[in-house]
Design a binder for this molecule. Structure first.
Ligand SMILES: Nc1ncnc2c1ncn2[C@@H]1O[C@H](COP(=O)(O)OP(=O)(O)O)[C@@H](O)[C@H]1O
Ligand SMILES: [Mg+2]
Length: 228
C-alpha cells in the first residue's frame, strides 16, 4: 500500500464571491505525478496554493501527511528568483533549508556548489552561472527555478506551470528531472500543465478544472492507477 503524501476532501475554493472549485476530493501518494489542467483563470494556481497551505479553502480541508513543512516544495508561476543575485546563488538558495542561513553566509558547501553547477550544465546554463538572474530570459529563469528545486529535493513538489516558456525538448528534460527527483525519494509531483502532450507523457492522473462549472471537475487516470 502506497502512503499518502497529501489529501484534500470536499475542497471548495472561492475568490471574490466566485466559486472556482467545489467538492474536490484528491489524494496524492508516493510515486504519483498529478497534472492540473484547465483554461487560464480556472483555478489551477489557487488549487496549488491551497495544497501548499498558503490559502485556506472555504469548504473542506487539506491534510499534508509529511512530517515536516520543508518536505513540501513549490515552483511558483512567477518563479520568485532573487533577481539581483547570480544564477548559481539562486540555485544554491534551494539548499538553504538544509544548512541554515548563517552557515551559508560565508560560503555554500563545496558539494552543493558542484551539484548546483551540474544541474546548470544539464539545463544548458553553465555559461550563465555568474550572471544576474535579472538578465535571463523567461525560459532560462524557468530552468534556474527547476535547478533550485532539484537541489532542494522536496518529497512533495507542487509546480505551477514550471515549463510554460520552454520549447518541447527543454520542457521534457525539466519534467523528466523533476519526476525522477521525486520518485527516487518516494515522493510525488502535482504540476499545473497546459500542454496535452506533456500531460500524456508525464502524468498518471489529471485533474481537469471547468471554468464554467466549479463542480464539474474531472479526475482522469492516464496510468494504471486510480487516485480517488
Ligand atoms: N488575489 C486575487 N484577487 C482577485 N482575483 C483573483 C486573485 N487570485 C486569483 N484571482 C482570480 O481567480 C481566478 C482563478 O485564478 P488562478 O487560480 O490564478 O487561475 P489559473 O491558475 O488557472 O489561471 C481568476 O479569475 C483570477 O483572476
Ligand atoms: Mg495560474
Amino acid at each position: 500500500m502506497k502512503s499518502s503524501l497529501i489529501s484534500a476532501k470536499g475542497l471548495g475554493l472561492k475568490i471574490e464571491n466566485r466559486w472556482l472549485v467545489r467538492g474536490l476530493d484528491l489524494s496524492i501518494s508516493e510515486g504519483d505525478f498529478v497534472a492540473i489542467a484547465g483554461p487560464s483563470g480556472s483555478g489551477k494556481t489557487t488549487l496549488l496554493r491551497t495544497l501548499a497551505g498558503e490559502l485556506s479553502p472555504v469548504e473542506g480541508g487539506v491534510k499534508n501527511h509529511l512530517s515536516c513543512p520543508s518536505q513540501t516544495g513549490m515552483i511558483f508561476q512567477d518563479l520568485q528568483l532573487a533577481e539581483g543575485s547570480s544564477v548559481v546563488n539562486n540555485v544554491l538558495g534551494g539548499c538553504l533549508g538544509r544548512h541554515g542561513f548563517l552557515s551559508t553566509l560565508l560560503r555554500f558547501p563545496k558539494e552543493e556548489r558542484e551539484e548546483a553547477n551540474q544541474f546548470l550544465t544539464q539545463f544548458g546554463l553553465s555559461d550563465k552561472s555568474n550572471q544576474w538572474a535579472s538578465t535571463l530570459s523567461r525560459g532560462e529563469k524557468q530552468r534556474v527555478a527547476a535547478c533550485r528545486t532539484l537541489l532542494r529535493r522536496p518529497l512533495l513538489l507542487l509546480a505551477d506551470e514550471p515549463v510554460s516558456s520552454l520549447d518541447p525538448t527543454w520542457a521534457d528534460t525539466v519534467l523528466d528531472h523533476l519526476k525522477s527527483m521525486a520518485f527516487q525519494r518516494k515522493g510525488g509531483v502535482v504540476c499545473a500543465l497546459h500542454n496535452e502532450d506533456q500531460i500524456t507523457k508525464f502524468a498518471d492522473v489529471v485533474v481537469r478544472l471547468d471554468q464554467k462549472n466549479p463542480s464539474n471537475w474531472r479526475i482522469d487516470s492516464l496510468g494504471a492507477e486510480t487516485l480517488v
